[in-house]
Design a protein around this ligand. Structure first.
Ligand SMILES: Nc1nc2c(ncn2[C@@H]2O[C@H](COP(=O)(O)OP(=O)(O)OP(=O)(O)O)[C@@H](O)[C@H]2O)c(=O)[nH]1
Ligand SMILES: [Mg+2]
Length: 217
C-alpha cells in the first residue's frame, strides 16, 4: 500500500492557494499571512494597522483560531469586515478555508486583506494560502533563540516583526544577536522593531505595508 498523505495534502493546498491568489489579484487585493506563536501580538498588530491605515485603504480581515470568535470581535469593533475560521484543533490555516472565507467577504470593497493564522511557530509555514506577503512576529518575552529553534518561518518571511519592544528592559532579549541570526537565515526580509502598546515602530511598519500594496498591483 502506498502512503503519501502529506504530499497529497500539500499539493491540493497549493492548487487552492493558486486559485485564491488569482481571485485576489483579479480583485486587486493585497493579502498578508500573519504568523507567530500564541500571544506574540498578531491581533494587536492587525488592530494597529487598521487604525493607522483605515483612512487610506479598505481593509478586510480573516481570523484563524482553533476555537472562539474573540479576535474577530475585536476586529469587528474597528468597523472592518471580518470572517472567523475555527479550525477545530488544526494548528494552521489551509488554502481551502481561505477560499471559503473569501466567499463571505465583500471583495470589491477591500484593498488589503490581513489574515491572522493560528498561533503556532511551526505548522503555518508549510501551507501557502495565496497570500502576497508572509509576516512573522516574534515578541521580546519569547527570547531571541527562537530563530534557531524554528528556522523555517524565519527563512520564508517577507517581513519579521519584533513586537513588545516596550518589554525590553524586563526581558533578556539580545536584539543584535537576533538580527544577526535572522539575517543569516533570511537576507531579504524587512525587520521591524515595534510595540503595539506604545506605538513604537508602527509608522515604519505601515509604510512597508503600503509599499507592498502598491508593488503587488
Ligand atoms: N507589553 C506589550 N503587550 C502587548 C504588545 N502587543 C500585544 N500585547 C499583549 O499581548 C497579549 C497577546 O496579544 P495578541 O495580539 O492577542 O496576540 P496574538 O498573537 O493575536 O494571540 P493569539 O491569537 O492567541 O495567538 C495581549 O494581552 C496584548 O495586549 C506590546 O507591544 N507590548
Ligand atoms: Mg490573535
Amino acid at each position: 500500500m502506498e502512503i503519501k498523505v502529506l504530499k497529497d495534502i500539500l499539493s491540493t493546498n497549493d492548487e487552492m492557494a493558486e486559485r485564491n491568489r488569482a481571485l485576489l489579484d483579479s480583485k486587486k487585493i493585497t493579502a498578508f499571512n500573519i504568523m507567530s506563536s500564541p500571544g506574540s501580538g498578531k491581533t494587536s498588530l492587525i488592530l494597529e494597522t487598521i487604525r493607522a491605515l483605515k483612512k487610506q485603504a479598505r481593509i478586510g480581515v480573516i481570523e484563524g483560531d482553533i476555537a472562539s470568535t474573540i479576535d474577530a470581535q475585536k476586529v469587528s469593533r474597528e468597523g472592518v469586515p471580518v470572517v472567523q475560521i475555527n479550525t477545530g484543533g488544526e494548528c494552521h490555516l489551509e488554502a481551502g478555508q481561505i477560499g471559503r472565507a473569501l466567499e463571505s467577504l465583500p471583495l470589491d470593497e477591500i484593498d488589503l486583506l490581513l489574515i491572522e493564522n493560528v498561533g503556532n511557530l511551526v505548522c503555518p509555514g508549510e501551507f501557502r494560502l495565496g497570500e502576497h506577503k508572509k509576516v512573522l512576529i516574534l515578541s521580546v518575552p519569547e527570547g531571541e533563540d527562537k530563530v534557531h529553534k524554528y528556522p523555517l518561518l524565519f527563512s520564508v518571511a517577507d517581513a519579521i516583526v519584533i513586537n513588545k519592544m516596550d518589554l525590553l528592559p524586563y526581558a533578556r532579549f539580545d536584539v543584535p544577536a537576533f538580527l544577526k541570526a535572522a539575517r543569516g537565515l533570511n537576507r531579504k526580509a524587512r525587520i521591524f522593531q515595534v510595540s503595539c502598546a506604545t506605538g513604537e515602530g508602527i509608522r515604519e511598519w505601515t509604510r512597508w505595508v503600503r509599499s507592498a500594496m502598491s508593488r503587488s498591483k
